[in-house]
Design a protein around this ligand. Structure first.
Ligand code: MG
Length: 273
């Protein structure tokens, strides 16, 4: 993941100050004994460096240990909030199981070990999936990811195809097959979604469930798909921190996912590498 662009010493100082501020705010929030907090974490680009493909990401051992420790310290009120399916998150963080929401809110569990709840049974219709697979095949380097209730087209390896993909997807979704579907643009990815949920709704739902209910939320995210949840935090007396750049609603930004990991590992009492 690229660092934010800075220009000269003044820009570098500003980026450094911004990152110190984000780390300090997360530290202060985690160590504030007067409040019961609930920590919500996006995964790709926030906890993990973005890789060439979703399957190529790496989960550092010290991050897994820090999340396990903080989950326990927060009385179970730590959840992963991702566009990935929860099964995928479980594989990535194994053997650690955490409360999690996957598919941008399509399914969730409020406690580790509980069965998944599903927002809706909506899945993409077979003809739409065929169109999306064909679209992926029509450009070299496009990686498709069929998640059932959504379908992602990653163009990180073919950035020049982004505009053509966007046009084709807008045409598909504005046609009869696009009824009820949404297009969610992310970092070098377009996702077609067959449900109305987003991460903001997912977090609201968690906050109605034990052990999250009644706690003050903190959400960290890095992408367009995180913006509704970030923007919602101030209204919930919560805190929002973004990664890479200051997104609407966030009070400070980490430079990158490594900075988020380092702060979490330090707060958990471990050593960041
Ligand atoms: Mg992300």
């Amino acid at each position: 993941m690229s660092r934010p662009m800075v220009h000269g010493p003044a820009g570098a100082a500003s980026a450094s100050h911004r990152e110190a501020s984000a780390s300090a705010r997360l530290d202060a929030w985690l160590s504030d004994r007067r409040q019961a907090g609930a920590l919500f974490l996006d995964v790709d680009g926030t906890l993990l460096d973005i890789a060439e493909s979703p399957t190529a990401v790496c989960v550092p051992r010290e991050l897994r240990a820090a999340l396990e420790c903080l989950h326990r310290r927060l009385g179970g009120a730590l959840a992963l909030v991702s566009g990935r399916p929860v099964d995928d998150l479980d594989r990535l963080f194994a053997p650690l199981l955490l409360p999690a929401c996957g598919g941008h809110g399509a399914h969730w569990r409020a406690r580790a070990g509980e069965p998944l709840c599903h927002e809706t049974a909506a899945t993409l219709a077979a003809p739409v999936r065929e169109r999306l697979h064909a679209l992926a095949r029509s450009h070299a380097g496009i990686l498709s990811e069929d998640k059932g209730s959504s379908f992602a087209l990653h163009y990180r390896a073919a950035p020049a195809a982004g505009q053509a993909l966007a046009s084709a997807l807008h045409a598909l979704l504005s046609g009869p097959e696009g009824a009820g579907l949404r297009l969610l643009p992310g970092k070098m990815v377009f996702e077609v979604i067959a449900h109305d949920s987003d991460k903001a709704q997912a977090i609201r739902r968690f906050l109605e469930l034990a052990p999250f209910a009644g706690r003050r939320p903190l959400f960290i995210g890095d992408d367009l798909t995180d913006e509704p949840a970030l923007a919602m935090m101030p209204g919930l007396n919560g805190l929002a921190l973004s990664v890479g750049r200051l997104l609407p609603g966030a009070s400070a930004a980490f430079a990158d996912a490594a900075a988020v990991r380092a702060t979490l590992v330090r707060a958990a009492g471990g050593t960041s590498q």
